[in-house]
Design a protein around this ligand. Structure first.
Ligand code: SF4
Length: 271
């Protein structure tokens, strides 16, 4: 086990305490419910997944609706056949907020082509004819412009019914891992849930694997449950330079180890 010895010999009370504190905070949050309301169908949902991270989080799910209003459609076949520069111009004209419209256009075009070829042009076939969450995550990860983080987030939204009314009845929620980004990783590092040595800077894949593993240990039946609360704590309280430990939901005694110096380790995820 090597690097994971902390989990094998560390006090289980510590783990339980974290999980309860993070989940408790998750129950109070309404931010995500309000931002996910933009996607109104399977193609809009798929495009929202691609937009996520490439535009402001609050606009990612509204951007497909704005694109549809500009183009007059969101047909997979037509998106796949559009020239990338034409699609990039449409993204700019629709004011979708894409920081790199050419890049986003390439992702949309290429993903639409995959959906056309592999899923009969129907994005909902990605998740409706699968059996397990792990299978759908792998399918999303094969789409251009969809990272591990976005694939996990997408499947979590689908199984929880946050998006697109007809959600799938997928088995093995235990395979639904946390979507690791710099905010969630920072919280896991600073709390001590991923106990690296102070000067250790992991590779991106190592950090993602270790945070994923820690989340599985904390919440084995549904690791992605920790996703939104950890993201919000990382973004709203545990900032890289000036963490607000007094106001933080994990700031009470005995919960967080306050390893503030671990900021550097998350830099591998910021590229
Ligand atoms: S208590 Fe401080 S260091 Fe710990 S997660 Fe909260 S803000 Fe970050």
């Amino acid at each position: 086990m090597g690097a994971y010895s902390y989990w094998d010999y560390g006090p289980s009370y510590y783990c339980r305490h974290h999980r309860e504190a993070i989940q408790e905070w998750g129950l109070t949050t309404r931010f995500f419910l309000s931002t996910y309301q933009g996607a109104t169908g399977p193609t809009a949902f798929l495009l929202g997944v691609i937009f996520d991270g490439l535009v402001l989080a609050e606009r990612a799910w509204a951007a497909p609706v704005m694109l549809r209003a500009h183009l007059g459609h969101l047909r997979i076949g037509r998106l796949a056949r559009m020239h990338a520069s034409q699609l990039a111009s449409a993204l700019a004209a629709a004011r979708c907020g894409a920081r790199y419209p050419r890049r986003v256009a390439r992702f949309i075009k290429a993903s639409s082509a995959v959906v056309l070829d592999d899923y009969a042009g129907r994005p909902e076939n990605i998740w409706l004819d699968a059996l397990t969450t792990g299978e759908v995550i792998q399918r999303f990860e094969r789409l251009p412009g969809v990272s591990q983080k976005k694939a996990r987030m997408a499947v979590k939204l689908l199984v929880l019914g946050f998006m697109y009314g007809r959600y799938p009845n997928l088995e093995r929620w235990c395979d639904l891992d946390m979507a690791v980004d710099r905010h969630t990783a920072r919280v896991f590092l600073r709390t001590g849930l991923v106990p690296y040595a102070p000067r250790f800077t992991p590779s991106a894949s190592r950090l993602i694997a270790d945070v994923t593993y820690a989340a599985r240990r904390l919440s084995p039946d549904f690791p992605a449950r920790l996703d939104d609360p950890a993201f919000e704590i990382g973004r709203d309280y545990c900032s890289p330079q000036d963490p607000d430990c007094q106001a933080c939901p994990l700031g009470r005694p005995g919960v967080c180890r306050r390893r503030i110096h671990m900021t550097r380790a998350t830099s591998v995820l910021e590229a």
